[in-house]
Structure formats: C-alpha cells, structure tokens
Write a protein that binds this ligand. Structure first.
Ligand code: 13P
Ligand code: SF4
Length: 319
C-alpha cells in the first residue's frame, strides 16, 4: 500500500506533465479504476472507451485493459500516443481468431457480410465490414438483417448465438469463446437463485446460452451496471468478470451483489471469474509506461486505414 500510494502520486504527476488521460475498463483493478475516475479519465465498457479516447483532446491515451482496446484507440486516433501498462494483455477471443485462418473463412463465404466483435486484432478488423461491441451487437445485426444480409460472425460463438436467438438472423459463427465467461454454470446460478429467489440475474452475453437463458438482463458491462440501478431487486446475481463489482457496488451501495458461480455445485470460485489478461494491468506497470514510454501501441498505416472503416461504422451507427 505505501508503494501503491507512491505509484498513484507518480501517475497523477506524469498524466499532467504528459498531457495524458487514463482510459480504463471495468475489469481492471479497483485502484486503476479509481485513479481513472479521480484524474478525469474514464472507466467504461469497450464501446465507451473507444468513444472517449477518440473525442478526448489529450495527446497521450493510457489504455488500461487488453490489447484490442489499445489498438482500437490508436486506429481511431493515430495522432495520439497510445500507451498500455503491458502489451502482453491479450484476450482468448483475439488469440482464438488468427488473421490467416479468419481470412480463409471469409474467402470461403464471399456472400456474407463480415461482422466481428471488437475483441479481435487490428488485422481481423481490417477484413471486416462491421465491428461491434456487445452493447450494440444486437441492434447492428437487426439493421443488417432488415436489409436482407447474411452474416459471417466472429469470434465469440456464445455472443453470436445470443444475437442469433434475439434477431433470427442468418449467422455463420466462428468457434471462439471467452475463457472467463465460458466458466459460468447454469446449475450454479439456479442453486444460488433457489437460496435467494428474489435476486435478479445479470449476465454478460459472452456466457453460455444456458446461463444467458436465466438472465433478467443480458448486456455489456455498462448495460449491466445500468440494470443494477434500474431493477427493483435488492439482491443481484452477476455473471461477468468480478472487476465489475467495484463500480457496480458504488452505483448500488444498498444492494447485495453475488458473483455467479463458476462451478456447478453452487460454490463461488472467487478467483475464476477474473480475466488473467485484465489482471496484468497494475499500478507499477502503468507508472512505468508513463515514466519510460513503454507499452506503446503501433498500427501500420495500411492496417489502420482498413480497420478504420468498420470501426467508424460502429461509432456512427444509430439504432
Ligand atoms: P464490454 O464491451 O461489455 O465492456 O466487454 C468487453 C469484454 O472484454 C468482456 O469480456
Ligand atoms: Fe477477452 Fe474474456 Fe478477458 Fe474480456 S474477459 S478481455 S472477452 S478473455
């Protein structure tokens, strides 16, 4: 903690000196989220992070999250320096969708509109017609379906299946998954529900269909926090990364939040529902990135131009 306080002071000073702003995801450590809040940065879901970074006038964006979030920031703001606490922080969806295999998949289905989840590399986005995050995925697919388009979706099969079930769209799905959300078990949620029958269930749609089917609300991290506030229930069972509890509990100080179990026997595994890559973001490497200029994101001009198109469509999309 004494060391943490030193890092916090150093980060605050360097943010000002370098005209930098901190953009953090809800799954990062509480200390990082708090720092983002205190210094005029943002704590947000992946769509809001992209919007905030693109609009902010700072010359450096420090993105605390996973790699695709830093790349998206750089693609949208090439004139800004984009730093990350570590460049090692990837995502199982990104890892599970290599650029060459994805290109072959697209080549095999030229009649389909390619829609990719934001949790992908810049190279995969460059091949897409649309990029979406979980907060607008259903609306974008509805819009495309209304125009009669058939969809090729990658990489999250659970989110893809969820969108398909909501919209009835013709979607060909890539076989990818989030290692964190995939662990939630319907049996565990049902058991917890039997102990707290009045609890509402909030689920991120990267979870398996059996878990999403138990949800009172399914949505992106921001949408789940909003739902926590709006629902009348005093108890909430939450199936997403436990990083979200910091802001969610602030939003509903009088409510009782339960982590959805990741084991079928109803036992809550406290260390399971936490993204190992989000957890790589810490105060010391954040301070180090600002002090030494390490962890800078670079995207080639060619890739940037190609990936900008589907990303801009996402940002300009109005349901
Ligand atoms: P959100 O867009 O809901 O923040 O999701 C990003 C993510 O990585 C969820 O696992
Ligand atoms: Fe990727 Fe899952 Fe981690 Fe989100 S929680 S960054 S989807 S591995």
């Amino acid at each position: 903690p004494a060391e943490d306080a030193t890092h916090v002071e150093e980060i605050k000073r360097l943010l000002v000196e370098q005209n930098a702003v901190l953009v953090a995801h809800y799954y990062t450590d509480d200390a990082i989220q708090q720092l983002a809040e205190e210094t005029g940065g943002c704590v947000a879901d992946s769509l809001e992070m992209a919007r905030f970074g693109a609009r902010h006038e700072a010359s450096t964006l420090v993105v605390a999250g996973v790699r695709f979030m830093g790349e998206t920031a750089k693609i949208l703001s090439p004139e800004k320096r984009v730093l990350m606490p570590t460049l090692e922080a990837t995502c199982s969806l990104d890892v599970g969708c290599p650029e060459d295999e994805f290109a072959a998949f697209c080549d095999a289905h030229p009649d389909r509109t390619v829609v990719v989840y934001a949790n992908t590399s810049a190279a995969v986005k460059a091949r897409a017609d649309w990029v979406v995050t979980s907060s607008i995925a259903v609306e974008v697919i509805e819009h495309l379906q209304a125009k009669g388009e058939k969809i090729l979706w990658a990489p999250d099969k659970h989110l893809g299946g969820y969108i398909q079930s909501k919209t009835g769209a013709d979607m060909l799905l890539w076989d990818g998954a989030c290692i964190v959300h995939e662990e939630f078990k319907a049996k565990g949620v049902e058991d917890l529900k039997s102990v707290y029958p009045d609890a509402a269930v909030l689920v991120h749609p990267e979870s398996p269909a059996s878990v999403v089917s138990l949800a009172d609300v399914a949505g992106s991290t921001s949408q789940l926090i909003k739902a926590a506030k709006e629902l009348p229930n005093r108890e909430l069972i939450v199936a997403t990364d436990r990083g979200i509890f910091f802001k969610m509990q602030q939003a509903v100080p009088d409510k009782i939040l339960f982590e959805a179990p990741t084991a079928g026997n109803g036992a809550t595994c406290r260390s399971c529902a936490h993204c190992p890559w989000m957890a790589m973001n810490a105060l010391d490497n954040l301070a180090g990135a600002l002090r030494e200029g390490t962890g800078e994101i670079h995207v080639s001009d060619e890739l940037r131009h190609q990936a900008l198109k589907p990303l801009t469509r996402m940002l300009e999309f109005q349901a």
